[in-house]
Design a protein. Structure first.
Length: 329
């Protein structure tokens, strides 16, 4: 099966699960992913495209928890934060700008741990036959951004345009969910696409040419594990979040020590080709970090940039939305 079709099929199942979760949020609890008494604490972990679930399942890091675990899987950060706001997910997992966008919109979530990578998982890809050879050539062009306003891919676009002496108004921005954009890009309906992760890798494999990626400070590289304020106010759930963070750090250590096993797990769970899976492993987060002052300052700069072009309003103060009690420096 074509890699695009395999990935799209896998992510389509994610959208079905999203709908089921939304129904469950209105009508009661879904069945727990792990067994045990219903009287135990249940932690619903928010995820994107099975990234965390693949890692934690492959590493076995969640075995033996004293709490039940459910997964809330989404295609992008925007619907994940909607679930947090609705009380359908206890934790979030997103890059810096989607987290800022959620905070700007009033989502009651706090950053409890930070993740960092080299930024190469984010990129602007153009069709191989495109006349666009540099960022400056994007002037007057339509650029599709995944997955929604305020995504990490949008910050990359804004930052590289600024570095090239262009304004954000010099391009026409259109927002599309990754699976829709993937199909349109592969069929030649999209010339330039700002995207991330497996979508970027598949686009490059299916007739795309990387124009620029997020390395060398073009993106901050930071992301956050968040926890809802409601979960943090519940002592049982807060303890479960703290334990989950410790286990996530162990899972990340496992991924560094077992890159081939991790790549195989990515192939199984997403339908990615061996080449794409290895690329994703090489671009993965390396460890769980405290939300330090350095992290806060770096992410605040992202917020200030996006606020300056009218994408992030109001501009949240990052330091007001962190909880440093769970991951210590």
């Amino acid at each position: 099966m074509n890699p695009v079709h395999r990935v799209s099929r896998a992510l389509s199942s994610t959208l079905v699960l999203t709908a089921l979760l939304a129904t469950a949020a209105c009508g009661g609890n879904t069945e727990a992913a792990s067994g045990g008494s219903s009287s135990r604490v249940t932690l619903t972990i928010g995820d994107q495209a099975k990234n965390l679930q693949t890692l934690l399942d492959a590493s076995g890091a969640l075995k033996g928890t004293s709490y039940q675990v459910k997964w809330a899987e989404f295609e992008g950060a925007a619907p994940l934060f909607q679930a947090v706001q609705a009380g359908a997910a206890d934790t979030s997992y997103a890059a810096d700008l989607p987290t800022l966008q959620a905070l700007s919109g009033g989502v009651p979530v706090k950053a409890v741990g930070a993740l960092h990578n080299d930024g190469t998982h984010t990129g602007i890809v153009v069709r191989d036959d495109s006349s666009v050879k540099s960022v400056k050539d994007l002037k007057g062009k339509k650029v599709v951004v995944s997955s929604a306003k305020g995504s990490i891919a949008e910050y990359l676009l804004a930052n590289v345009l600024q570095r090239a002496g262009l304004s954000y108004d010099d391009v026409e921005v259109q927002y599309l969910l990754p699976t829709d954009a993937q199909a349109a890009f592969t069929s030649g309906k999209i010339e330039a696409w700002a995207t991330f992760g497996v979508y970027k890798s598949v686009a490059e494999q299916q007739g795309g040419r990387l124009l620029v990626n997020g390395a060398d400070g073009r993106v901050s590289g930071y992301g956050f594990i968040g926890a809802s304020e409601k979960a943090l106010a519940d002592q049982g759930k807060k303890a479960a979040v703290s334990d989950y963070l410790r286990r996530l750090d162990k899972a990340l250590a496992w991924s560094r020590a077992h890159p081939d096993d991790y790549a195989e797990a990515i192939q199984r769970n997403t339908g990615a080709s061996p080449e794409i899976a290895k690329t994703l492993v090489s671009q993965a987060n390396s460890e769980l970090l405290p939300v330090s002052s350095q992290v806060v300052q770096s992410v605040q700069k992202v917020g200030d940039t996006m606020h300056g072009i009218g994408v992030l309003t109001p501009n949240p103060t990052v330091a007001d939305h962190i909880d440093t009690s769970l991951v210590k420096e």
